[in-house]
Design a protein around this ligand. Structure first.
Ligand SMILES: Nc1ncnc2c1ncn2[C@@H]1O[C@H](COP(=O)(O)OP(=O)(O)O)[C@@H](O)[C@H]1O
Ligand SMILES: [Mg+2]
Length: 249
């Protein structure tokens, strides 16, 4: 038996995000059936699963946009199950929604500024803006352009940059590569890796399973509102079931 204070095996702190046995409904329709997952600080974790599996609903529960019916969400060791979305942003969770949801009739600059509305970020909008423009130089050239006139890839960059303007500890990305050309998809994933190098933890929903898992530490397969399989990204990429169901191999 190892000594109680063995330094080779330090007690692990709580995960940054701990979702436990969450259920959620839309009216009578149950979307989540007791889903549990954890994300440690510094990780990239990817959720894969068919349309309608409940991935978006789960992200909405985590970011406080939809309260769970039962179960709990802990963030940074605190129970945040009933904390509303604006307060979750202030606590360090940014949600980049499916379909980007940029404000089409506002400029790129205005879209980004809106991301820094929470009290923690508001006082240094200028520095945060400079950081985003360093990460996404293409947006710097289009600051005064209406976001609705940008390409899909550029709009995704705006959506990610807007999420980062809130200075998150955890960034939730829902289908960041959806509808983008392969070359742009590659660019988005490069940016995501740059974001990780800046120390931000990410939970990503991705249909582009190979690209998503390739930059991830771990992944979860979600089916019918529950976790079907959890493993390292490396193992999932070679898992027979994953390959057959999600890669068509
Ligand atoms: N706004 C909504 N109102 C009613 N049902 C919804 C709504 N959003 C999602 N659903 C349903 O909840 C289930 C999970 O959907 P969703 O979380 O969007 O899955 P995914 O993101 O994995 O495609 C599906 O059956 C879907 O039809
Ligand atoms: Mg979805």
């Amino acid at each position: 038996m190892s000594a109680p204070n063995s330094s080779s095996n330090p007690p692990a702190g709580p995960p940054l995000l701990d979702v436990s046995n969450v259920t959620a409904y839309y009216g009578d329709l149950q979307a989540l059936f007791g889903i549990s997952l954890q994300v440690d600080a510094g990780e990239i974790v990817t959720l894969i699963g068919a349309n309608g599996a409940g991935k978006t609903t789960l992200l909405r529960v985590i970011s406080g946009m939809r309260p769970p019916t039962s179960g709990s969400v802990q963030f940074g060791g605190q129970n945040v199950s009933r904390v509303p979305a604006h307060e979750m942003v202030a606590r360090g969770v940014s949600h980049v929604p499916e379909g980007r949801q940029v404000f089409p009739f506002m400029t790129v600059k205005e879209n980004l500024s809106l991301g820094a509305f929470n009290p923690r970020a508001r006082s240094h909008v200028k520095r945060l803006m400079e950081e985003q423009l360093a990460l996404f130089p293409r947006l710097a050239e289009r600051l005064e352009q209406l976001a609705g006139t940008l390409s899909g890839g550029e709009q995704q960059m705006v959506a990610i940059a807007r999420g980062l303007m809130a200075q998150p500890k955890l960034l939730l990305l829902d289908e960041p590569s959806l509808g983008l050309a392969p070359k742009i998809v590659e660019e988005v994933f490069e940016k995501i890796q740059e974001v990780r190098r800046s120390g931000i933890t990410m939970l990503i929903v991705e249909q582009n399973v190979v690209s998503g898992l390739s930059i991830s530490d771990r992944g979860y397969v979600v089916q019918n509102g529950a976790v079907l399989l959890a493993d390292t990204a490396k193992n999932l990429l070679t898992n027979e079931m994953v390959r057959a169901a999600y890669l068509g191999l």
